[in-house]
Write a protein of this length. Structure first.
Length: 76
């Protein structure tokens, strides 16, 4: 079932305001498990954790900023 444009925007805002901060807390705690001795490994962990969160939500964010489709039958 496809989400309407309005529902998609609502869920996108929810993900950005609620889910993303939770993921940031989890990512920082996961990154703390990595040794601080090797800065390159730590940087790689932060890059991977910074990108991985979007994969489950990429379809949700596709087209959110696009203009809503106009009614085709409404020609003035």
């Amino acid at each position: 079932m496809a989400l309407s444009q309005k529902a998609r925007k609502g869920w996108a805002i929810f993900v950005l305001v609620v889910v993303l901060p939770i993921w940031i807390i989890i990512a920082v705690n996961l990154a703390d498990l990595v040794s601080r001795d090797n800065m390159l490994v730590e940087l790689l962990v932060f890059i991977v954790l910074g990108v991985v969160w979007i994969f489950p939500f990429k379809n949700l964010f596709k087209g959110v900023a696009a203009a809503p489709p106009e009614d085709e039958g409404d020609h003035h």
